[in-house]
Every structure is written in structure tokens, then in C-alpha cells.
Design a binder for this molecule. Structure first.
Ligand SMILES: Nc1ncnc2c1ncn2[C@@H]1O[C@H](COP(=O)(O)OP(=O)(O)OP(=O)(O)O)[C@@H](O)[C@H]1O
Ligand SMILES: [Mg+2]
Length: 344
């Protein structure tokens, strides 16, 4: 009886392949073993790495199929891995205590503006900071940071970050031809990002802030898999169309085991020069509600502000131009929350 069950188990299992190796789960591939005792089935799938989430669907289907075999009373499936206790080696190397990715689902919600001001706010509370512009589609950090020169190379052929306002800055735009359009393929994104880590003399940093392109593409995945991200901060405006995209971003980071340090609402309201009233142009408190739904920290909000936009365009970030203003206070309060969260 047990032999018959075993043979049916292996017939089912070889219909499924390991998504990492593409090998079907069958005995000759040494990636499955099964034991049947008194109708109780124990199966071990030998996998590599520790990304158990990619096997979730296979485990479920296999379990459901095997449970249907006559005579089977219970099914237990375990993943085993030689390297289960080892974290996979990260390819992107940098001497930074914390690496934070600034993300959004939707484009144009203010990631780059936030990245610049958060970095300078962290600097203003005494941290050694670097800012990496990883926006392969529209690098904008050099302009916002008032940087026009390109980085030089040191003797070891590593790029030296360009420094302004006490922030070490590198942009993927520095290694691209300004005029030629770039069609990015996955491996190219990975190579370019690797260059931004391993090919740059960052020195030691308390914080590396990474400004990401919008969405959930290759840059996000490549960073999640290859760098030691401490976590990500998601930026959204309060209206539903931006929140829908923000949710996708949050879910993607969850899937690849990147912690969400918090969510920030940008362009929360506009204070009219004439009536001095707050106008909630993109709806009210959308991000706060979202943070409650997802149980992720709400880090704060930044209003829609004409001066902030102008400062950004002119390469003089708010915190530099108006260090004691209300907006600077908001950025510093967010920086302190982030710093506290990562120490705890
Ligand atoms: N709170 C704000 N008040 C006024 N203008 C803002 C605010 N935040 C961002 N902006 C302006 O909105 C525009 C888009 O901002 P930014 O480039 O930071 O967005 P982004 O999310 O990085 O965009 P992309 O997805 O294209 O990278 C910029 O002109 C910026 O100056
Ligand atoms: Mg941007």
C-alpha cells in the first residue's frame, strides 16, 4: 500500500519544477524524498537559498493533490536547504550602517525631493550620509542637489562621489549618455547598480539613501536581492490613484522580505496665500489610513508648497535654504523617527 502511495506521490511531484533550478521534483534529481507510514506522508523538498515564499504555491498544490490519494491520512511537506541558515551573499558592497530605499508606486509623487531633504535632515542630526540616485529612467538628484560637475576617479578606478551640502552624492545619470535613450534590460540594471556600490568610493556612512525609479521593476528587485537594505520608505500623495500604486509597492517589498520603515504623505494640503486656509487638493489623510490598514508606521506629511518646488528646481533643498522653516522641521522630525526606528 505504502509503495503504491509513494509511486503516486512521485508521479504528482514531477509535474512541478523548482522555479530556481527549473528541475522537476523527482527522485533522480535528488530534490525530493518522501516517507509514508500508516497513511501519513512526509515529504522533503531540497531547495537552495532561503526564499521559501517562491515555493508557496507549489507546496499548496502538491499537498492538495497528494491528500487526494486513497489511503493518505495526512500530508506534511518541508523545505530543506543546505544553506538554510546562511543568508545568501549580497553582491552590492558598501560600508554603510543603514541603507534605505525611497520608493513609490506612482511616478512624480515627490520621491526625489523627499530623498534629498531626508538625507540632508539626517546630516543635520549629525549622521554621515550618502545619496544614491538609482532612477534609471530619469535621474534628477544632481540637479536637486545643485551639482553640475561629474565624479572623478581615484587610483583604484573607483568613482569619487560628488559632495555638496555635506552629502556624498552619486547618480546613475553620471554614467549615462545624457542624450541617448537607454533601453534597460534586467541584467543591465543589475550591472549599473552594482557599479554604483562596488565601483564607488563611498567611505563609511551611517546612512545611504537610495532614490528609486517609480514602480516595482528591475531596479527595486535587484536592490532588494543584492544589497543589505535596512528597509524602504514609501512616498505617496493622498488620493486613491496614488495609493493603489503604493499598495503594489508595499506588497512587492513584503514579498522580497524588505522591511517597510514607514510611509510618508507628500502634497498633503496647500495653504492658500490669500485665505490662509488648508486646501486638501489630493484628498485628506489617505496615507494615514493606508498606514493603519497595512500596520506600517506613518512617518509624517509634507504640504504642497510653491517654495519647496522652487528650491528643488534650483538645487537648494528646503533644509539648506530655510533650515528653521516649518517644512524643514517636518523633514527633521521624519529623519529622527527613522533614525530612532533603526536603532531600536
Ligand atoms: N511637497 C511638494 N510641494 C511642491 N512641489 C513638490 C513637492 N514635492 C515634490 N514637488 C515637485 O513635484 C515634482 C515631482 O517631484 P519629484 O521629482 O521629487 O517626484 P518623483 O516621485 O521623484 O518623480 P519621478 O517618479 O519622476 O522620479 C518636482 O517638480 C518637485 O519639485
Ligand atoms: Mg524621482
Amino acid at each position: 500500500m505504502s509503495d503504491k502511495i509513494l509511486s503516486l506521490i512521485y508521479t504528482f511531484s514531477k509535474k512541478f519544477s523548482d522555479p530556481k533550478t527549473n528541475l522537476p521534483f523527482e527522485r533522480q534529481n535528488n530534490n525530493i524524498s518522501a516517507i509514508v507510514k500508516d497513511g501519513n506522508v512526509n515529504i522533503f523538498l531540497q531547495v537552495t537559498g532561503n526564499e521559501s515564499y517562491i515555493y508557496k504555491d507549489i507546496l499548496k498544490l502538491l499537498k492538495n493533490n497528494i491528500a487526494q490519494i486513497p489511503g493518505v491520512l495526512s500530508v506534511n511537506i518541508a523545505l530543506t536547504s543546505d544553506k538554510n541558515n546562511e543568508k545568501p551573499e549580497k553582491k552590492f558592497k558598501i560600508d554603510a550602517k543603514n541603507i534605505i530605499a525611497i520608493a513609490s508606486g506612482k511616478g512624480g509623487v515627490g520621491k526625489s525631493t523627499f530623498s534629498v531633504n531626508l538625507t540632508i535632515a539626517l546630516k543635520s542630526i549629525g549622521k554621515k550620509v550618502g545619496l544614491l540616485d538609482a532612477d534609471i529612467y530619469g535621474p534628477s538628484i544632481p540637479r536637486m542637489m545643485g551639482i553640475s560637475e561629474k565624479p572623478e576617479m581615484n587610483n583604484e578606478k573607483k568613482l569619487i562621489p560628488v559632495e555638496n551640502y555635506g552629502v556624498k552624492c552619486m547618480s546613475i545619470g553620471f554614467i549615462l549618455d545624457n542624450e541617448a535613450p537607454t533601453i534597460w534590460r534586467g541584467p543591465m540594471v543589475m550591472k549599473a547598480l552594482e557599479q554604483m556600490f562596488n565601483g564607488v568610493e563611498w567611505g563609511n556612512l551611517d546612512y545611504l539613501i537610495i532614490d528609486l525609479p517609480p514602480g516595482t521593476g528591475d531596479a527595486q528587485l535587484s536592490l532588494a536581492q543584492n544589497s543589505k537594505l535596512s528597509g524602504s520608505i514609501v512616498i505617496s500623495t493622498p488620493q486613491e490613484i496614488a495609493l493603489t500604486d503604493a499598495r503594489k509597492g508595499i506588497n512587492m517589498f513584503k514579498k522580497v522580505d524588505v522591511k517597510i520603515l514607514g510611509i510618508v504623505e507628500n502634497m498633503s494640503y496647500f495653504v492658500c496665500d490669500n485665505c490662509n486656509q488648508k486646501h486638501f487638493i489630493f484628498s485628506k489623510d489617505g496615507v494615514k489610513k493606508e498606514s493603519e490598514n497595512f500596520k506600517i508606521p506613518y512617518l509624517g506629511n509634507i504640504p504642497l508648497d510653491k517654495k519647496l518646488r522652487k528650491q528643488s528646481d534650483e538645487g537648494r533643498p528646503s533644509i539648506i535654504d530655510d533650515p528653521n522653516g516649518e517644512i524643514s522641521e517636518k523633514y527633521i522630525s521624519i529623519a529622527k523617527k527613522v533614525d530612532l526606528g533603526l536603532q531600536g
